[in-house]
Design a protein around this ligand. Structure first.
Ligand code: IPT
Length: 965
């Protein structure tokens, strides 16, 4: 056996690499030439590192027979599997943990690209070749010369190549290894996707070009002045025409300015001119400090309403184009998001340009995670092993140097889930030393030894409240620090539940400076048979299933109900009814709304307000509402007009909306930003006088418009509408949050529910009683093997036209688990398609996810009611429904109910693993629920809060059915 050649030792070398230039700011020169090397490249994938020698890098090598792939791209997402397949694991390393060694089976992609220089490419000066992102380790040759190798997948690497270039026929060869020592530092919860997945660019570097520079632009909120200082490796001048600035680099200048904030992202166009080039600058003046135990920007404490963003595209993986990045930013702004944590690596630099431009606070996170070491109690963790420290410092420097000129970046994060260790301390010290103008974050050290804030993930509401009240103890240092939740509200499947309850805490306690939802987008991969693939769908031997689909957006960037809920919960304007039941003041609504500016910097002048008045959900009058331009944090009372005269005795309410008063960069005039609704007169519950009585015929009982099976008491028809299998229902297709091992109890409700047989309840008929004015059907609903159950009585009455069902449920025995749902279900003919309702909408809403549910009149098709969670599960229930119409029936509830309808059964929904498993049957199944168990975020974090749990308790609820003529 021969020993492995030293030529490949770099793959397992813990050092960051060799040959690359020192890191520097990422910028686009306005006059120095550049050449994009994106596009079609030749690719050869080998199963191991050294299956092929490196002769492919030699000029003259004939790669004509190799297939072509697109760069930027991941080879496993191209070629229909011919180049290998994606692998998803959460924190487990998909190879044996033996740092820094990696498997012999190490897919290696040899990439080749031949290029000519444009005719006008200057002959003077130098040139660099820049790689913006390559996973996970690359060795590069230009024209046969080995120019170096690097690791650090989502970091920029540049090589000086001027001396190697020729006018035509340049051969760029890049050997990319999927696994390397660097993989140990990149154990983020995402797909493992090798390839050159960000841009490759050749940059001309004229003599006297700017090289690297650091734009320091601070803001003094007391004087209203900004101070600009551009430190540049190469001397030059800095101009900002709008501010009449024309100074030398290295020379500070102080002038009155408008500050940059995420709400008011004022950027000044400037220019850095050195002898050799002109560099456009976009300057935002702002000052970030830790003061009085708070994160302050421009003198004010900020509240982060954030999301964690992985880069994702369902076809391209992490190879995002500019339009997709812009779409992310626009979607964030349109949904009241004001902050992004770039989990868990620096994003494509163009994304940060967009954050500067549109206004988002950014926590820029380093490409570092060693989560898999948790399986061995963090033994051998690279962040606590000096041999790895140079690699960690290299990563920190590559992030900070690349991104230091972005005003949007207010916090540097050392990485994610890497335990604790000296390497992290070294990173924090280096960052603090290099850039004192920003704060440092890291979650993994709860003592906040190296950081400027106390950060946690998924802490429960109760614990967060305790932290807000400063009752959490901790080290002396930590006690003086502000708190953020860098991850919370795990948006996996249906949910997250409990957002509004968190937001109340953040708005109550000063120390709590907000939170970042986990996460922005589902990482589903477009798949020909499955719709979207998740972990396991590519035959991985180790995987974490659909845990990679936990975003506020579906993979195609359609907002999920979770994003709409978030938008409502974090709205920039609070609109409450003064004296309405929604406020602490109690009592009836007194015609005055209290408007609160929940922004940190801007007044309310960007918003237009409108009132409308609804009777039974239909708007009868509306008009504009004049609201003073309240300062941030200020509240004011605004009187509504006299309510329109209405003698109908219907349910009445006000709706007040705030929308954009003018077009903005991120949404047009009229874009809704906030709303509130206030009940005026309450709803009258439906009344049905039991004037008709049941009549026993041949095998049939008739009552008013309905007929029943005489033996079983089962409902058969209401007028001309056939109704199939109406009975009590307690089961729901378990959600990802139901399936999660809830953090407090350590077990999942789904597991307990299945153990106790709530998915296989048996219905025993105890009696069918034909009374004078009612048909009563007595049953007991209970699972095999257990002694507990639900005594369930269906009482039917009618006034001749309408049919009323009253369901009484009495728990028997000892119930130790909540019920998934409590209501009735029945089947209608498949022709039932249109649904109209008066209640919460337009989207779904559950007990702890219905802040965004607006009371009104809505309509949809049955298909339109479904929310396409990637792993099918309970979805689509409309909350607080007064009445609904479907399939020729009108159903009124007493009290209000939850409504769902679907073309498959709950059991089919529960059994499906992908959307494509669901096929419409010949029945539309309708659920009318008295209540559903809350949603929570048990898939990763706390479960359902007690107030949203559905306990098995005596209950009575009614529905009134009538045929729509
Ligand atoms: C947390 C991770 O930081 C994040 O990357 C993701 O994996 C998330 O969990 C779950 O989706 S870590 C966990 C131990 C809370």
């Amino acid at each position: 056996m021969t020993s492995r050649t030293t030529a490949i030792d770099y793959v397992e070398d813990v050092s960051p690499g060799s040959g690359a230039l020192p890191p520097r700011a990422w910028y686009a020169s306005s006059d120095a030439k550049s050449l994009s090397l994106n596009g079609s490249w030749r690719l050869r994938v080998s199963p191991t590192i050294d299956a092929e020698d490196d002769s492919f890098a030699e000029p003259g090598f004939d790669a004509g027979g190799w297939p072509e792939v697109t760069v930027p791209g991941h080879w496993v997402l191209q070629g229909d599997g011919a180049f290998g397949l994606p692998i998803y694991t959460n924190h487990l390393y998909p190879f044996p943990v033996d740092p820094p060694h990696v498997p012999t089976e190490n897919p290696t992609g040899d990439h080749l690209r031949v290029f000519d220089l444009p005719a006008d490419w200057p002959t003077d000066g130098g040139a660099v070749i820049r790689f913006d992102g390559v996973e996970s380790c690359a060795r590069v040759w230009l024209n046969g010369t080995d120019i170096g190798e690097f690791k650090g997948s989502r970091l920029q690497h540049e090589f000086a190549v001027g001396h190697l270039l020729k006018p035509s026929g340049n051969v760029l060869a890049v050997r990319v290894h999927q696994w390397s020592a660097g993989s140990y530092l990149e154990d983020q919860d995402q797909w493992w996707l090798p390839g050159i997945f960000r841009d490759v660019t050749l940059l001309h570097r004229p003599a006297g070009s700017a090289a690297d520079f650091f734009v320091h632009a601070s803001y003094d909120h007391v004087t209203g002045e900004g101070t600009l200082l551009v430190d540049s490796d190469v001397d030059g001048r800095v101009t900002v025409p709008a501010l009449d600035i024309d100074v030398a680099t290295g020379e500070p200048v102080t002038v009155p300015v408008q500050a940059w904030t995420a709400e008011t992202p004022k950027l000044y166009d400037g220019e850095l001119v050195t002898e050799g080039e002109r560099v456009p600058l976009r300057i935002g003046f702002r000052t970030v400090v830790l003061e009085d135990g708070l994160i302050k920007v421009n003198g004010k404490a900020v509240l982060f309403k954030g999301v964690n963003r992985h880069e994702w595209h369902p076809d391209k993986g992490r190879a995002l184009d500019l339009e997709t990045m812009r779409e992310d930013v626009l979607l964030m702004k349109r949904h009241n998001v004001n902050a992004v944590r770039t989990s868990h690596y620096p994003p494509h630099p163009a994304f940060l340009d967009l954050c500067d431009e549109y206004g988002l606070w950014v926590i820029d996170e380093c490409d570092l995670e060693t989560h898999g070491f948790t399986e061995q109690a963090w033994r051998d963790n690279p962040v606590d092993d000096d041999r790895w420290t140079p690699a960690l410092l290299d990563r920190a420097a590559r992030m900070v140097e690349r991104d230091k000129n972005h005003p949007s970046v207010v916090i540097w994060s050392l990485g994610n889930e890497a335990g604790t260790g000296r390497g992290l301390t070294a990173m924090a010290e280096w960052i603090h030393g290099r850039d004192a103008s920003r704060l440092v974050h890291y979650e993994g050290d709860w003592n906040s030894r190296d950081t400027d804030m106390y950060s946690r993930m998924y802490a429960s509401h109760a614990e967060v409240e305790q932290i807000g009240q400063e009752l959490d103890g901790g080290t002396h240092k930590r006690r003086g620090l502000p708190f953020i939740l860098c991850e919370y509200a795990h948006a996996m499947g249906n949910g997250p539940g409990g957002l509004a309850d968190y937001q109340r805490l953040f708005e109550t306690y000063e120390r709590l400076q907000g939170a970042f939802v986990w996460e922005w987008i589902d990482h589903g991969i477009t798949h020909p048979e499955l719709g979207y693939a998740y972990g396991g769908d590519f035959g991985e031997e180790l995987h974490d299933g659909n845990f990679v689909c936990d975003g506020l957006l579906f993979p195609d960037r359609t907002p999920s109900p979770g994003l709409l809920e978030f938008k409502k919960v974090v709205e920039p304007v609070g609109i409450e009814g003064w004296g309405s039941p929604q406020t602490e003041f109690g009592g009836g609504f007194a015609g005055t709304v209290r408007v609160t500016n929940k922004q940190d910097f801007a007044d309310l002048s960007a918003f237009a307000f409108e009132w409308s008045y609804q009777v039974d959900g239909e708007t009868v009058e509306s008009g504009s509402l004049s609201v003073p331009a309240l300062a941030p944090g200020e509240s004011g009372e605004v009187k509504l007009p006299e309510p329109p005269a209405d003698g109908s005795g219907g349910e009445t309410q006000w709706t007040v909306r705030a929308s954009l008063a003018t077009d903005t960069a991120w949404a047009p005039k009229g874009h809704p930003v906030a709303w509130g609704q206030f009940a005026v007169s309450a709803r009258q519950s439906p009344k049905v006088a039991a004037t008709d009585g049941p009549v026993l015929g041949e095998r049939v009982i008739t009552l008013g418009p309905a007929s029943f099976d005489a033996r079983t008491g089962a409902l058969r028809t209401i007028g001309g509408v056939a109704v199939n299998g109406l009975r009590l229902d307690v089961w729901r297709a378990t959600t990802d949050n139901d399936e999660g091992a809830e953090w407090v109890t350590g077990t999942s409700f789904a597991e307990l529910w299945r153990k106790y047989g709530l998915h296989r309840m048996r219905h025993r008929l105890d009696g069918v009683e034909i009374g004078d004015d009612a048909l009563t059907v007595r049953t007991r609903v209970a699972p095999a093997a257990w002694e507990f159950g639900l005594a369930t009585v269906y009482r039917w009455t009618s006034d001749g036209n309408r049919l009323k069902l009253t369901v009484s449920v009495g728990p028997e025995g000892e119930w130790t688990v909540p019920l998934p749902r409590l209501g009735v279900r029945f089947g209608l003919d498949a022709s039932a398609d249109r649904v109209r309702w008066f209640g919460g909408g337009p989207g779904e809403g559950y007990a702890d996810t219905k802040s965004a549910s607006q009371l009104g009149r809505w309509e949809s098709t049955v298909d339109g009611l479904q929310t396409p969670y990637l792993r099918p599960q309970e979805n689509g229930a409309r909350a607080d429904v007064r009445w609904a119409e479907i399939g020729g029936l009108r159903i009124e509830g007493d009290p209000e109910f939850s409504f769902s309808a679907r073309r498959w059964t709950t059991e089919q929904l529960d059994a499906a693993s992908h959307r494509t498993d669901l096929t419409p049957g010949d029945t539309v199944w309708v659920n009318l629920d008295h209540a559903l168990h809350g949603i929570g975020t048990g898939s990763c974090g706390p479960g359902v809060l007690p107030q949203y749990a559905l306990r098995a308790e005596p209950a009575e609820f009614s529905f009134v059915f009538s045929e729509i003529s």
